[in-house]
Design a protein around this ligand. Structure first.
Ligand code: UD1
Length: 341
């Protein structure tokens, strides 16, 4: 019998790609999503790719009454992957309470239901932003956690603490936090991808929109950092690789292969690439010249961060397989598809 996995935020960018990989691996997926930053048409994409339409419950996870009712109706869930959260850094600075409520109350509600109903396995979407500006590269899971630069980042740190404490205190609970580096790209089919609302804050969706003529030009935030070409360096990880890491993680928990009740893994490629390298990769795979301009640094940006993915490689048996070129090609195909629609 296949395991039933609850994917919160399963219509979102990373959630939808993970749903595809879970279904491809034989899991039954049930999604909770209120489409606050996604679109119901994503389910059509998932169905076209996998041949299976995942079950959907459309409600806000902050509604504790509905959440309890959900679990009453779905007592047979084997594990939870909790993606649903707000993620706009700047908005979180302007509206911190919205972030604390939306990113933390649902997590507590999920954990309470898990305890009450003896559901043992949870995977939490965390972020490399918990490391702040690292003193040493690459960052390992033991690198120091630094004061968060925004309420968004803080909700990831607090979320990790909440899960860790819950796992340590509840004999029946096993949990993993996955710290994502910079997630980019789209499914090869171009049927699902990133759907940013309004003006994208992140590099790749802005870049592909600029190339599609939706934005005038890409602004590169600073080329005077102490990095090889002066632009910031990040660890870009293809969303399909990232999605596969979630399947490996849920399998690890279901098969009781975890070494501790609470574990943390970096999910990155293990390689740093500069903003200019991302631009060059795009130009190569798209055969297009990108309209860009160097402007001032963006406040809050750090010069350089990339992961050591050794722990995930060894313990999860997972490795990023796709290249930066693969990711840029898929992001561009997805963008072109969106324009045609
Ligand atoms: C940001 C968030 C991080 C969050 C992640 C995923 C900040 C400080 N960090 O990471 O907490 O987990 O997104 O949502 O906001 N860039 C440009 N021009 C652009 C956009 C970006 O040059 O129009 C550059 C940035 O300066 C940076 C790189 O591209 O060097 C990547 O930026 P971005 O995609 O926004 O991700 P991060 O800032 O690394």
């Amino acid at each position: 019998m296949s395991h039933k996995i609850l994917v919160t935020g399963g219509a979102g960018y990373i959630g939808s790609h993970t749903t595809v990989e879970l279904q491809n691996a034989g899991f039954e997926v049930i999604i909770i999503d209120n489409f606050s930053n996604s679109n119901p048409s994503v389910l059509d994409g998932i169905e076209k790719i996998t041949g299976i339409r995942p079950l959907l419950e459309n409600f806000d996870l902050c509604d504790g009454g509905k959440l309890n009712k959900f679990f009453e109706q779905h007592a047979d869930i084997s594990g939870i992957i909790h993606f649903a959260a707000l993620k706009a850094v700047e908005e979180s600075i302007n509206n911190p309470l919205k972030y604390y409520r939306n990113n933390l109350a649902p997590l507590i509600g999920l954990l309470e239901n898990m305890k009450q109903r003896h559901i043992s396995n949870i995977v939490f979407s965390s972020s490399a932003c918990v490391y702040g500006e690292p003193a040493k590269l690459p960052v390992t899971e033991n690198s120091p956690i630094q004061k968060a630069a925004s309420p968004y980042g803080e909700t990831k740190q607090i979320g990790e603490n909440i899960i860790s404490a819950a796992a340590e205190s509840d004999p029946g609970l096993k949990a993993v936090s996955l710290r994502y580096f910079n997630v980019i790209g789209a499914h090869d089919s171009a049927l699902i991808g990133e759907l940013p609302e309004g003006i994208p804050a992140n590099l790749v969706p802005f870049l592909t929109q600029a190339a599609a003529g939706i934005r005038d030009e890409l602004k590169i935030f600073g080329n005077d950092y102490s990095t090889p070409d002066g632009t910031c360096v990040r660890d870009y990880i293809h969303v399909v690789d990232l999605a596969k890491a979630h399947v490996a993680t849920i399998n690890r928990l279901l098969q009781n292969k975890n070494k501790k009740k609470y574990e943390v893994f970096n999910l990155g490629s293990g390689k740093g690439n500069s903003v200019m390298e991302v631009v060059k990769s795009f130009e190569k795979v798209s055969d297009k010249k990108l309209n860009y301009k160097i402007v001032d640094r963006r406040p809050g940006d750090i010069a350089e961060i990339y992961a050591s993915a050794d722990k995930a490689n060894t313990e999860l048996g997972w490795k990023a397989e796709k290249t930066l070129d693969d990711a840029m090609k898929s992001a561009w195909n997805w963008q072109k598809n969106l324009v045609i629609k």
